[in-house]
Ligand binder design. Structure first.
Ligand SMILES: [Zn+2]
Length: 67
C-alpha cells in the first residue's frame, strides 16, 4: 500500500487509492495535505489562500478619477 510522510509531523500516512490533487488530513496533527505526486506518493501542505494571488492581478483599475 502506498505510504507517504506528513511534511508537518513526519507521521506515516497510508492511502489506499491516492489520486493527484486529493486532499488528505493527517491523522496525527490534523494538517490538510494534498497529494502532489502519486508515484512515488508525496504529500505537501494544502494551500487554499488563492486570494493572495488575486491581489497581484487586480491592480489595473486602481486610480479612478471622478471629475
Ligand atoms: Zn501530520
Amino acid at each position: 500500500m502506498p505510504t507517504a510522510f506528513c511534511p508537518n509531523c513526519d507521521e506515516e500516512i497510508t492511502l489506499q487509492a491516492p489520486r493527484l490533487g486529493q486532499v488528505v488530513i493527517c491523522p496525527s496533527c490534523g494538517t490538510e495535505l494534498e497529494v502532489v505526486s502519486v508515484k512515488p506518493l508525496e504529500l505537501d501542505f494544502l494551500f487554499e489562500e488563492e486570494e493572495e494571488w488575486e491581489e497581484e492581478w487586480g491592480e489595473e483599475e486602481e486610480e479612478e478619477e471622478e471629475w
